[in-house]
Every structure is written in C-alpha cells, then in structure tokens.
Design a protein around this ligand. Structure first.
Ligand code: ZN
Ligand code: ZN
Length: 402
C-alpha cells in the first residue's frame, strides 16, 4: 500500500510509515499520542528526560532519572542542614555532570576532536563567569542570597535583569553552539538542540557559582530558620534555571540547524528563536526578582514563589521543546522521503535501538514502534553495520535512491 502522507510504498503490516513516520493504523494525525523521540509518550507532556535528553530516551531512561533524583535529594538535604558551600556546589554541578554523562553515553563527540568541542564550552563558561561578575557586582542585588537589600524593587535593577542580562547572556550562549552546529558533522536538528542545552546548562553553572560565591566562601551556616529559603534557592538555581536556559537556547540553535542536511544558518526562524530565548530569560529573572519581595525581601514565601514561577516557565518550555522536536523530526522525514529516503539504516542489517525490530532500508522511522531514527545516537542508526568504518559514512556516502 502507499503512505497517505508521503506516497511511499509501505508494507501492509507496517504500523508506521518508515519514511515519514505517519501512523498508518490508528489515524492519529500528526501523531499527537506518539512523540517521535519516544512513541509511548504523548507529545504534550511534562516528561523531562525524553525532552532534554531525546537521544538517550530509548536506552537508559532510568539512569538519568535516578542520577537527577539523587542530586536533587542531596542538594535539598545539605541546604536544609545549612551546609551551604556543599549545597551550592552540588546544585551548580549536578545537571552539567548528568548532561555530560548523557553526551558520553550517546557518543555525541564521535570522532570530532574533543578539544574543539571542549573549547567551545570553556569559552561559554568563562564568558558566563565574567559577565555575571560584571553585572552582579554593579547591581549589588541579592537574587535570593542571604540578607540582601531591604528596600523594595528598584527600576534600575529590574531593567538590568529583564534587558541587559537576558540579551547579553543569550548572545554568549549562542556562540559555542552556533560554531559547532555549522560544522558538517553536527548539522542535524537534534545536534543543534543538544549543543544549545549544553551551553545553557554550562552558563547556569558558572552564573550560580559567581552569584552565590558568598555561600561558598561563607562556610557552614548550620540548621536555621532560613532553611526554607536556602532549599528554594538551590532548587531554583541548580535545577530549574539550567533547564530553562538550556531548553530556550536549544530551541534557538535547533532553528539554526534546520531540518535537513546542512545547517540553515541565520534565518528569520533563528532570529525568532533567539528573541524567544531572551524573552524567556527576561520573564525568569524579572519574575524571580519581583516575587522575592513578596512577604518582605528575603522571606521564605518569596523564595518559594520564585521556585513556583520557575516551574511554570520550565513546564511551558518542555511542552514547547517536545512540540518543536516532534514536528521537526516528522517534517525532516517527509523532506527526505521526497528524495527517496534517508541515509540511515542503509546497512543490510539495521535494527531499531528501541524495539529491536529490523529497520527497512532507508528508514527515518521504525515501522514497528514509530521511533525516529534521528532520535537515536548516530552510531545506532544502522549505517555502520556489517564491518563498514564506524560512523564514517553517515553524512555523505549513503547512496540516494532516484
Ligand atoms: Zn509516509
Ligand atoms: Zn522500533
């Protein structure tokens, strides 16, 4: 039979079109119930791991969940006990470390020289630290540190937080990922998104260290009445902020990468993604700053409201990221179907890394479970099977059908 969306010929038994990913059996148009990177989850969902770590979702989803859970617990307990230097260090490094493990796990580096990739992110970290030191030193506001200014919100502080910080910090976060996404090896939508998340997570880490340097140098405070505030601050800065920065930057870089082979570059879509990321950052900083004054500055109520605000923003971003990645994977597959199918699964014996069923040649989707072949690590896409050089031929050597 022929697929109603891309007109490719598909076997009668297929559940999904292996070229364009259309659900051939349930008639779920647009696959709202089967997220392209994890078909057993709906697209509109708050599930974190399959959103920010889409390429690992099919392999070891529990590893990341457990690692994140342990880090969160450790941060909360140390903050509650007043072990502030430990709490802030765990908060700053938890998500970067889990994310680096994920990148290692899905082998994103491949044969790219590690120094090139590392340099791009060391640069982001250094710029993040210098910029944060410059503005926080100038502003002298507390952003949830202990004590802080007693006066109410000031227009100047607010302007810095909703204009200067979002604009400059977002530009800093774009540099490394855009450089990497413009390399042929990493021109894929998923790569662009992932590099954006790395930059956001790395930036958040250095920003947290600079903003809360007082916690690190101030030593152990011991348990006290501020425990509620301390817990809120470490959860906000260690767990919500990096994910908010990361997904916003990732969405912009994904637009830069675009759908098909080769990156799209500085298109209006990238500019819109960049503005969106700046807006998200302005809402985050402005909201946390203003809510911090509820119930008197430095109050636990204000700090908890800041966490709630961060959760609202992150929830919205997660649904947005899933929608964009899902549509992107389906659109890219439709484009490549028009050219006769992808280079993925061009080996004789390729298997879906999710359900382990054999992949049909030139698949962009698994015809059995509907998982996107682009959402699995490149080494698992079925190009390097049967003794060909590992991961060497993915971009250019798979022959295209007429
Ligand atoms: Zn199709
Ligand atoms: Zn499958």
């Amino acid at each position: 039979m022929d697929c109603p969306r891309c007109s490719s010929e598909v076997p009668e038994v297929s559940h999904f079109c292996h070229h364009c990913g259309t659900d051939l059996q349930s008639g779920d148009a647009g696959r709202k119930k089967a997220y392209a990177a994890k078909p057993d989850e709906p697209v509109a969902s708050f599930r974190l791991v399959s959103t920010i770590m889409p390429q690992g979702a099919g392999r070891q989803p529990y590893t990341y969940k457990v690692a994140l859970g342990i880090a969160l617990l450790l941060t909360v307990v140390t903050a509650a006990l007043g072990a502030l230097p430990v709490a802030i260090m765990v908060a700053a490094f938890a998500i970067p470390i889990v994310y680096i493990l994920y990148l290692y796990d899905v082998n994103l580096w491949e044969d790219e020289p590690v120094p090139v990739v590392a340099a791009a992110f060391v640069l982001t970290g250094v710029l993040a630290a210098v910029f944060t030191w410059l503005w926080s030193d100038q502003v002298g506001l507390s952003l949830g540190t202990i004590g802080g200014n007693e006066a109410g919100p000031s227009g100047r502080d607010l302007l810095i937080l909703v204009l200067l910080v979002p604009v400059v910090s977002e530009l800093i976060r774009q540099v490394g990922p855009l450089y990497l996404a413009s390399r042929a090896r990493y021109d894929d939508l998923m790569d662009g998104f992932t590099f954006g998340v790395v930059a956001g997570v790395g930036f958040a880490c250095f920003e947290t260290l600079v903003l809360h340097w007082g916690w690190i140098s101030g030593g152990f405070a011991g348990p006290g009445s501020s425990a509620g505030t301390w817990i809120s601050v470490v959860v906000l800065h260690g767990f919500l902020k990096p994910l908010i920065y990361g997904s916003a930057t990732g969405l912009a870089v994904a637009e830069f990468s675009g759908l098909g082979e080769k990156y799209d570059g500085f298109t209006p879509r990238w500019a819109a993604g960049l503005l969106q990321a700046m807006l998200v950052n302005a809402l985050f900083h402005g909201g946390v700053y203003l809510l911090g004054f509820v119930g008197g500055h430095g109050s636990t109520v204000g700090a908890i409201l800041g966490v709630a605000w961060g959760l609202v923003l992150l929830g919205g971003l997660i649904v947005l990221v899933r929608t964009v990645l899902h549509k992107g994977l389906l659109e890219a597959a439709l484009e490549s179907a028009a050219r006769g199918g992808s280079n993925h699964a061009s080996g004789e014996l390729a298997f879906c890394s999710r359900c382990e069923m054999p992949l049909l040649p030139h698949s962009d989707f698994c015809s059995a479970c509907g998982n996107s072949v682009r959402s699995v690590p490149k080494s698992d896409r079925g190009v390097a099977v049967q003794g060909s050089a590992p991961a060497a031929g993915y971009e250019g050597t798979g022959e295209m059908q007429a």
